[in-house]
Design a protein around this ligand. Structure first.
Ligand SMILES: Cc1cc2nc3c(=O)[nH]c(=O)nc-3n(C[C@H](O)[C@H](O)[C@H](O)COP(=O)(O)OP(=O)(O)OC[C@H]3O[C@@H](n4cnc5c(N)ncnc54)[C@H](O)[C@@H]3O)c2cc1C
Length: 344
């Protein structure tokens, strides 16, 4: 009886947020997707919005379309299911912009436990982390210490860890810490991410290719100003194609580069495959990467054609910013989110 009363109260508390989402959807048609994207990316950082949404039990359930669950066990089960469908997995323990040292250390503890479970369960999965989840915005040394612990643990299992790329103000530090871990500490099981929306990425890629890096290329998920990132999608896309070709080239592969082409954009995938076919690159020399729950039919189609596909599987309770970035990328998801809430 008391439980029945609790749900409508939470719905009422969250009502302003969901009403705002519906109004935003309508405004989209008047003001364009770019404007909506900026608002959603603002909301992904806004504590007030996070508190409203994550306090809503139905929102937790709807997020399960894009998030594997809250526990390591659920993430590993999802990885197993995807492995059975012919896909490899990257597991991501959700968390970012941590401001408390203990939370950063607890995140590292969780990732160490995650690596244990991946190994003991036998699933084919590696791990992605965000440096801000491990304390980068508190103290670089803290993030570095946490990373060393995680990489050491992963190395014991012959597993790998990729550092996700975050906002442009931490790109320099992220690359510097990545190089410290790889070149000074000798971890050969660490990888990095490049975002094609940044003007600087062509230079970064040139250096990373020389270093034979393990690289994921994506378009970039944050709101960046026009003096730092291409404001037009067409330019980000052209850069994506150029960087893909550069990192798939014989020269790059000879240096040890292994590229993860992370996109759901069929134009990017087709352009990659045109280059692969015209230059006779074997399909085991690169992989496509997509997010859990997004373009599932495309994921399967690529596996059916014999290409390697890796699915990025997030789990954990800190799903709010991740989910809102997914809404920003594809506003149709907004309707999926809101309509499911209204239906339940
Ligand atoms: C494996 C992986 C790892 C990533 N890691 C990072 C990272 O470390 N740092 C970072 O900044 N970004 C990361 N991203 C996000 C990435 O930068 C883009 O924001 C995101 O992938 C959307 O771009 P897109 O290439 O799919 O193309 P878009 O041009 O955005 O989309 C092309 C088409 O794909 C589909 N689509 C795209 N996104 C969605 C969605 N959310 N829901 C439903 N359909 C969608 C739609 O049909 C859309 O028309 C990652 C993405 C992937 C796949």
């Amino acid at each position: 009886m008391s439980e029945r009363k609790a749900t409508p109260q939470k719905s009422l508390i969250s009502l302003p947020f969901f009403a705002a989402l519906i109004i935003l959807s309508l405004l989209l048609y008047q003001n364009g997707a770019k404007w909506l994207r900026s608002v959603l990316i603002y909301l992904s950082h806004a504590k007030w919005a996070r508190d409203l949404v994550t306090g809503h039990s139905l929102a937790n359930r709807v997020s399960s379309r894009f998030v594997a669950g809250e526990s390591i066990g659920e993430a590993v089960d999802t990885a197993r299911t995807l492995n059975l469908k012919g896909m490899t997995v990257t597991v991501d323990f959700l968390g970012e912009s941590v401001t408390d040292k203990d939370v950063a250390i607890a995140s590292a503890d969780e990732i160490v436990d995650l690596l244990d479970s991946i190994d003991s369960s036998g699933v084919n999965a590696n791990v992605s982390v965000k440096l801000s989840q491990l304390g980068l915005r508190i103290d670089e040394e803290l993030a570095l210490t946490n990373m060393r612990r995680i990489l050491n643990h992963a190395r014991g299992y012959n597993n790998k860890v990729r550092i996700d790329m975050e906002e442009s103000d931490v790109v320099d530090t992220t690359l510097a810490l990545y190089r410290k871990l790889r070149d000074e500490d000798g971890f050969d099981n660490v990888g990095v991410v490049i975002q094609s929306y940044l003007y600087r990425s062509a230079d970064d890629v040139e250096k990373l290719v020389d270093e034979g890096a393990w690289i994921r290329l994506c378009k970039g998920a944050y709101a960046e100003p026009p003096d730092i990132a291409f404001p037009k999608k067409g330019d980000t896309d052209s850069n994506f194609v150029e960087l893909t070709q550069f990192m798939l080239s014989k020269n790059a592969r000879d240096k040890g580069v292994y590229l993860g082409i992370a996109t759901h954009d069929e134009n990017m995938i087709d352009a990659s495959l045109d280059y692969v076919n015209s230059t006779n690159i074997p399909p085991d020399k690169f992989e496509f990467q997509m997010l859990f729950g997004i373009r599932r039919e495309l994921q399967k189609a690529l596996v059916d054609k014999g290409y390697k596909v890796r699915i990025y599987v997030p789990y954990g309770t800190a799903w709010y910013p991740y989910l809102v970035r997914r809404l920003a990328e594809h506003p149709a998801n907004l309707w999926f989110f809101v309509s499911n809430l209204l239906r339940r």
